[in-house]
Design a protein around this ligand. Structure first.
Ligand SMILES: Cc1cc2nc3c(=O)[nH]c(=O)nc-3n(C[C@H](O)[C@H](O)[C@H](O)COP(=O)(O)OP(=O)(O)OC[C@H]3O[C@@H](n4cnc5c(N)ncnc54)[C@H](O)[C@@H]3O)c2cc1C
Length: 373
């Protein structure tokens, strides 16, 4: 008889685990802090990679559903100079290994694939406590609690489960993204829509960037990157015009079709501070508990984080199915592969971050694009 699995966090990682367990007939409950599936906008597009995200969805039996979500043409990419000159351009001929989907739609597909009641919304974990012999008590903010003999922390960067395994805490990387949206851009902001093009657009110089992606319809989703201390961003999330002007002021002299992604935003800007765990983060085996996704390996955004979280979930679910009656054997096998995989990806993410925002920007990124053509 396989142990019931208690998962904290209904992100893409935790949901993929729950779904793969379900495919193998293993019961699981996912406790999620958010009050409902619609409690928060799920962010923009994700490219789902053929070496991690796609195999995870295959293990979840959801390849066909995933294919139905793919937004054609969004794998195109271009790099622009601050004056708007095109430095590099690559179209989407449909043969790339990284099709783009909306994160919210992918999460909805995973949720719909689970038996009703699998996710318990509005269950914010406050503390977790070891009871011995691999059992743990999970206590929620509403005063209730559960006891489990198999606990998985899929609760992201600020995991409440991680302290059972490791003392590591996320550290600020010295850079934040400011997120903005322009809607109906082809009609309302045609010059900016043209500058962004059909897929992803990067305008990078050392320590700062305007990066945007065309999403559904004419929506342009932007991450403005700035290397600044965290307190520099105070007030920006409040849609304070002075704070928006402060952000735009960092791009004085840039082409107006690029700075319009900041100054003409249709939504209040959201600050996304970037944090990481040590690249070689790992832990000794602790009976009855493990981590996946950002809870295990938080790294600078490299386009891999969500893919890795899903892959971890699929690998852990498959390992539990392959070790019936031996969850410790399953966790040991999962972690044996997890640690080197995560360390390698984290080192690559740090390198990409340096290529994008380091002293040589944008040339390192353009060389990388050109080499992969
Ligand atoms: C600006 C930015 C851009 C990114 N772009 C990309 C990209 O293009 N492609 C890509 O692959 N990755 C990207 N990433 C990384 C990606 O978002 C993460 O790696 C991924 O979401 C990790 O998935 P997860 O399931 O581990 O955690 P999360 O997605 O963080 O999910 C964790 C879940 O746990 C819940 N939770 C948290 N605490 C508790 C608690 N105490 N109790 C109960 N529930 C809790 C949360 O509400 C959430 O639902 C980006 C990251 C950032 C910051």
């Amino acid at each position: 008889m396989t142990t019931h699995v208690t998962i904290v966090g209904a992100g893409l990682g935790g949901l993929t685990l729950a779904r793969v367990l379900h495919v193998h007939g293993i019961p699981a409950t996912v406790y999620e802090a958010e009050s409902s599936p619609a409690a928060r906008a799920q962010g923009g597009m994700l490219d789902i990679h053929d070496h991690n995200g796609q195999p995870a969805l295959r293990a979840a039996g959801l390849t066909e559903e995933f294919r139905g979500l793919v937004l054609e043409g969004r794998q195109a990419s271009r790099a622009l100079a601050p004056d708007g000159t095109v430095l590099f351009e690559e179209g989407d001929d449909g043969t790339g290994g990284r099709p783009e989907v909306m994160r919210g739609e992918l999460r909805r597909t995973l949720l719909d694939s689970l038996p009703a009641g699998t996710v318990r919304w509005g269950h914010k974990v406050r503390t977790v406590r070891a009871l011995g012999e691999g059992r743990h008590e999970v206590a929620f903010a509403d005063g209730t609690s559960v006891v489990t003999s198999l606990l998985v922390g899929a609760d992201g960067a600020w995991s409440r489960v991680r302290p059972l395994l490791s003392d590591a805490t996320p550290e600020y990387v010295g850079m934040s993204f400011v997120e903005t949206y322009l809607f109906d851009a082809d009609t309302r902001h045609p010059a900016t829509a043209k500058a962004v093009g059909a897929g992803a657009m990067f305008a990078l110089v050392p320590g700062k960037a305007i990066q945007a992606h065309r999403e559904n319809g004419g929506t342009l989703h932007t991450y403005v990157a700035l290397r600044k201390p965290q307190d520099w961003f105070a007030g920006i999330g409040l849609a304070d015009p002075a704070a928006t002007a402060r952000t735009a002021g960092e791009f004085a002299g840039w082409a107006p079709e690029l700075t319009a992604l900041i100054t003409d935003a249709d939504t209040a800007p959201v600050v996304r501070p970037l944090h990481t765990l040590p690249a070689a983060h790992r832990w000794e085996r602790v009976p009855g508990v493990t981590l996946l996704g950002d809870a295990a390996h938080l790294m600078p955004p490299s386009g891999e984080g969500a893919n890795l979280a899903m892959y971890d979930g699929a690998e852990l679910g498959t390992a539990l199915a392959a070790h019936p009656g031996d969850p410790e054997g399953a966790l040991a096998a999962y972690e044996r592969d997890l640690f080197p995989r995560s360390a390698g990806e984290a080192a690559d993410a740090v390198q990409l971050h340096e290529l994008m925002f380091g002293d040589d920007a944008p040339h390192g990124l353009i060389d990388m694009f050109t080499a992969s053509e």
